[in-house]
Every structure is written in structure tokens, then in C-alpha cells.
Design a protein around this ligand. Structure first.
Ligand SMILES: Nc1ncnc2c1ncn2[C@@H]1O[C@H](COP(=O)(O)OP(=O)(O)OP(=O)(O)O)[C@@H](O)[C@H]1O
Length: 269
């Protein structure tokens, strides 16, 4: 649901003197961290995803925005390995991941924070984090539990609490923490703002910005254009399973100013 802010409020909130966000790096300096090429997938006939091309470089936070039914969740499922690609390819850090099983994708540097967070509800926060830490043990270490607690003090205070007893915001923080303990190079965030108070969303976006400035690649999948435009450098607009528009680096204000684009592809006015 387009429940939070619309394009006009996003535009109003965009500082006139806004510079490129702090995590921006000249894109020509880097090779791609995540490449999706001509990706097709679906559940029946016809395909839902109809030939997607997406590139994310190290240190970029890239948005993927689209209205209900555009195919965002389907793309997340294919990236996670939960739904097979029917055509095209997914490359992570130079490795072809298209047909790699879901459980093996984190070893290649991919972590996904699903919209439903997918925590082990009956386990404590500490137990959830330790499982992730173990799963990420063979990757170059960037995060450990003390660092996670520094990043999310609220997680540190709830270590002994079962995850199903946490608030939505606390669960989202644990889900992000768990993803980071996989020691990923690229994190896919599926609608992290869903159901959360603006203050919590702001805190989470701050953490994501910080990660990005350290070189992490982040794909932020968002229906809320206000959030996407405030934090991502550029974005792909998905509509009926196709990338129909690319908001280039620095192109958010122009996109938000174009009522035709916003209402046509995002259903917002
Ligand atoms: N399990 C499924 N079986 C058949 N069709 C599906 C299935 N899941 C999704 N679809 C269809 O695929 C299309 C894209 O849905 P998807 O959930 O990927 O969109 P979305 O952009 O994530 O939408 P929303 O923001 O509402 O979650 C829709 O037409 C939907 O009806």
C-alpha cells in the first residue's frame, strides 16, 4: 500500500542544496557488485519479470521502486534463490549466481532482509545472531556482535529476549543485524520501512547510509518514494515486470517534479 508520504511531500523534503549523498563514489571507479542481466521469471504463463537489467556498484545504495504488483517481491525471491530464473543471469562480485541454491548465496556475499524479516521467533536475539555469525564464518569478517550492538543499541538490550516478543522496529533491526553477520558485500533490503514508526525508519536509514559509506552495496526496495528518494543515489522504476525508468544519480528532484512519471509508474500524485 502507498500508505506513507507521496511524491509531493518527498519533493518538499528534498533540500534545495542537496549534494550527492555521502556514500556516493564515482561509478567509473568500480566494477559492478551485483549485475542482473535480462532476467526473466514467473509463476505461470506469461513471465512476471520480463527481462530486467540492474547494476549495483560497491558503495552504492540503489533504489528499486514500483507500485503494487510491479514485481518487486518476485525479483527479491529470484535474487534469494527462492524462485528460479527462467532466463538471464545474476552475477555477484563476478560469480554467476543464477542457479546457485538459496542456502549457498550468502557464501558469495549476498544477504537479503525479507519484508517479513524471517527471524526464528522462538529463539532469542542472541541465538538468532549467533546462527548468522556461524553462517558467515567463512567470509572476510567485517561485523561481529559487539559492533552490531554499537550500531543498534536496542538490539543489545534485547539479547536474551525471544524474537517473537520484540516490536516490529526491534525485529527489523535484528533482521538487519543478522544479515550483516553473514559478512555480505551486497544487501537487498525488501521494504524495510513497512509498518515502522518514522523515527525507527530514520534510525535504520542512518545505519544503511553508514554501511554504504564503508563500501557496502545496498539495494533498497521501496514503495515509499519519499524514503527511496531521501536515501538512494539512483533508482530503477519497475512496472509490470519491466524497468521502465532509471532515476540517474542526482536525478531524484527531476523525477519527483514530473507528475506524469510519478503517477504513471507509481500511482502517486
Ligand atoms: N505465488 C504467486 N503465484 C502467481 N502469481 C503471483 C504469485 N506471487 C505474485 N504473483 C503475481 O506476480 C505479480 C507481481 O507480484 P509481486 O508480489 O512480485 O509484486 P510487488 O511489486 O512485490 O507488489 P506488492 O508491493 O503489492 O507486494 C502480480 O501480478 C502478482 O499477482
Amino acid at each position: 500500500m502507498f500508505s506513507i508520504s507521496g511524491a509531493s511531500s518527498a519533493l518538499a523534503a528534498w533540500p534545495k542544496c542537496r549534494r550527492t549523498p555521502p556514500c556516493a563514489k564515482p561509478i567509473w571507479e568500480f566494477d559492478a557488485m551485483l549485475t542482473v542481466s535480462n532476467l526473466t521469471a514467473g509463476y505461470g504463463v506469461p513471465n512476471i519479470l520480463q527481462g530486467l537489467d540492474i547494476t549495483v556498484r560497491p558503495g552504492e545504495m540503489v533504489g528499486l521502486v514500483g507500485a503494487n504488483g510491479a514485481g518487486k517481491t518476485t525479483l527479491v525471491r529470484v535474487l534469494a534463490g527462492l524462485l528460479p530464473a527462467r532466463g538471464g543471469s545474476i552475477t555477484i562480485n563476478g560469480s554467476d549466481t543464477t542457479n546457485v541454491p538459496a542456502h549457498a548465496r550468502p557464501k558469495l556475499g549476498l544477504a537479503i532482509v525479507l519484508e517479513n524479516r524471517n527471524l526464528f521467533g522462538e529463539l532469542t536475539v542472541a541465538e538468532n545472531l549467533r546462527l548468522a555469525e556461524r553462517a558467515g564464518a567463512n567470509r572476510p569478517k567485517k561485523f561481529d556482535i559487539p559492533r552490531i550492538v554499537e550500531m543498534f543499541p536496542a538490539v543489545g538490550e534485547k539479547m536474551a529476549v525471544r524474537c517473537d516478543l520484540l516490536s516490529g522496529g526491534q525485529q527489523q533491526m535484528v533482521a538487519i543485524a543478522r544479515a550483516l553477520l553473514l559478512q555480505p558485500d551486497v544487501v537487498i533490503m525488501d521494504e524495510p520501512s513497512t509498518g515502522l514508526a518514522p523515527k525507527v525508519v530514520k534510525a535504520i536509514l542512518e545505519v544503511l547510509r553508514g554501511l554504504c559509506s564503508e563500501g557496502m552495496s545496498i539495494v533498497l526496495i521501496e514503495q515509499n518514494i519519499g524514503i527511496a528518494s531521501s536515501v538512494t543515489q539512483r533508482a530503477y522504476v519497475l512496472s509490470t515486470g519491466r524497468i521502465v525508468h532509471h532515476v540517474a544519480d542526482g536525478g531524484w528532484p527531476a523525477f519527483l517534479h514530473d507528475p506524469h512519471l510519478v503517477s504513471r509508474y507509481l500511482g502517486q500524485h
